[in-house]
Design a protein around this ligand. Structure first.
Ligand code: SAH
Length: 246
């Protein structure tokens, strides 16, 4: 009899920031196929009970192709296993979770989805930044910066975003930050617009750099911020309670 696949959002990195449903799924897994951004402490807890298969994707480095990940989860489920696809943040916020869902459906494998705390929201929140704040702005948008403005693979109109009046949350946006900020400045975004970059949110190594859209590229360079990091653009990033100590 076929097993099944459960796509589980692991949260941004702190073992306490996974949902109760996600943790329950992890505890009944026979096989866990895990990203590099998941809380590793949780993997250590279940190693005696389940086979853990790492499928890390280091940006511009070593990675397991998506087709291979799809093949692994389907193969184990067809062998009768309960497979947890353990993904950093939320499975459907980038990271190609829906392709995994489709691969399961195509193979006739039952598949479920358990949402996770996405770094796109948690990254700002853990730095004490409200992604929306009544009276400051009316909404936020989450985009991927893994390709630069003007790239044929991209679908984001950065110029329109720049003048949208929304908080802009950029994931995978460190490498092309110079191109992205230049495009938004050219579209009319005020150079003094506040920006925060949150590196390794929800981990003991979390760091926050606060700057402006005009200066953030040099601020990131000076601080040595590396992925994974969330970049938040907009007036809300100038807010932030005093309790954040990092
Ligand atoms: N599904 C994930 C996002 C995967 S894309 C989610 O919902 O959070 C990978 C990107 O997520 C990274 O490049 C970075 O921009 C962001 N990210 C993931 N975990 C993070 C963390 N702990 N701190 C800061 N950014 C993080």
């Amino acid at each position: 009899m076929s097993g099944r696949v459960i796509l589980v959002g692991a949260g941004p990195g702190d073992p306490d920031l996974i949902t109760v449903a996600g943790l329950k799924a992890l505890k009944i897994a026979d096989v866990v196929v895990a990203d590099r951004l998941v809380p590793t402490a949780l993997l250590d807890e279940i190693r005696d009970q389940a086979e853990v298969i790492p499928v890390g994707k280091v940006p511009r480095g070593e990675f397991t192709p998506q087709e291979e990940i799809n093949r692994i989860i389907v193969e184990h489920a067809l062998a009768g296993k309960t497979v947890v696809r353990f993904k950093g943040g939320d499975p459907f916020v980038f990271g190609r979770g829906y392709e995994e869902w489709q691969a399961c459906e195509a193979a006739g494998v039952p598949v479920e989805y358990i949402p996770g705390v996405s770094s796109s929201i948690a990254g700002a929140g853990l730095a004490g930044i409200p992604v929306t704040h009544r009276g400051t702005n009316q909404g936020f948008i989450v985009v991927s910066g893994h390709v630069p403005p003007g790239d044929s693979r991209g679908t984001v109109d950065w110029g329109n975003l720049a003048v949208s009046g929304l908080t802009i949350v950029i994931l995978m946006g460190i490498h092309y930050l110079p191109e992205i900020t230049a495009r938004m400045l050219a579209a009319g975004l005020d150079a003094a617009t506040p920006v925060a970059v949150v590196e390794r949110a929800a981990t003991p190594n979390m760091r926050v750099v606060r700057s402006t859209i005009g200066d953030v590229v040099s601020a990131v360079k000076e601080s040595g911020i590396m992925p994974p990091a969330v970049t938040i653009v907009g007036d809300v990033t100038a807010l932030g309670p005093a309790f954040v100590t990092c």
